[in-house]
Ligand binder design. Structure first.
Ligand code: SF4
Length: 276
């Protein structure tokens, strides 16, 4: 049965720091360690799944749901949660359109809840949870209301959507990476452009996933992997065993993850109090 979180971080089987062993993945995902790409490449190449439903950046910050079936296709996907569209319906449509029977979904915590509940507590005939083998959730502080956020970047900082190569979160700033350099925007300022639902969302890691993945500043070049159940353990440890992933114990970074989760919860409580 899918875990229902007893703590803010949900049920935890193990915490690892992971890094891809493949040079090409490492080169392309240098900041993150590429662990998510590596373990999903393992699942694809060992036929544990037929495809990975994830997001590919289209323009600016926008993304579309795509199915990746190879390492190369995975590498072309966003790898950046700011581009992940927070609409589970688009992912559902993709799975049905391509008639996929066994997929991994890389998603945000709100989507992980939708997919996890559907997979483990199916109610409707239209549910397709039995097709979802793995749910991998990325840590999330929010996604932007694209139009408003891009308009603000253009008007205030002269940044055009097509210039943005990546967006990263540091302790105090949202970093907009461009070919010409990095623009650091104070978080408080940037976060006023989040989607409304994000302002009252309290799940930072994705407690309904099989594996949660994200970063902490204290371990650059490594991905934090939180496994939540046997499926998650099999995916992570299987990728290690087959040589796709290098793993270290990550229990020492759990405090950093919890700190972010508490910040998100406090924000949700503040915003909720204003609504009530
Ligand atoms: S903050 Fe919550 S609602 Fe917003 S995209 Fe992230 S998980 Fe979804």
């Amino acid at each position: 049965m899918m875990p229902v979180g007893e703590t803010l971080l949900g049920q935890i089987r193990a915490v690892y720091l992971g890094r891809a062993t493949d040079e090409e993945i490492l080169k392309r995902k240098v900041a993150s360690g590429g662990a998510v790409t590596a373990m999903l490449t393992y699942a694809l190449e060992k036929d544990l799944i037929e495809g990975v439903v994830t997001a590919k950046r289209t323009k600016g910050l926008e993304g579309e749901a795509v199915v990746a079936r190879t390492k190369e296709e995975l590498l072309e996907t966003a790898g950046n949660r700011w581009s992940i569209v927070p609409f589970a319906a688009r992912i559902k449509a993709k799975i049905e359109e391509e008639d996929l029977k066994k997929v991994a979904v890389v998603c945000l915590p709100c989507q992980a809840q939708f997919f996890g509940q559907m997979r483990d507590f199916p109610i409707l005939e239209t549910d397709f949870g039995n097709r979802i083998k793995y749910i991998v959730s990325l840590f999330c502080m929010g996604t932007f209301a694209f139009e408003a956020f891009l308009n603000y970047l253009r008007v205030k900082y002269g940044v055009r959507a097509e210039e943005i190569e990546d967006i990263r979160l540091s302790r105090e700033f949202l970093e907009i990476h461009r070919e010409t350099g990095v623009l650091a925007i104070p978080l408080k300022e940037a976060f006023s452009y989040l989607q409304t639902g994000c302002l009252v969302c309290s799940d930072y890691t994705g407690v309904w996933s099989d594996v949660s993945a994200g970063f902490v500043e204290s371990e650059p070049g490594w991905t934090v992997l939180i496994t939540r159940n046997q499926r998650g353990e099999e995916l992570v440890r299987g990728a290690e065993k087959e040589g796709y992933l290098e793993l270290r114990d990550g229990s020492h970074v759990l405090g950093d993850v919890l700190k972010k989760a508490r910040e998100k919860l406090a924000r949700a409580q503040r915003n909720m109090a204003q609504l009530l």
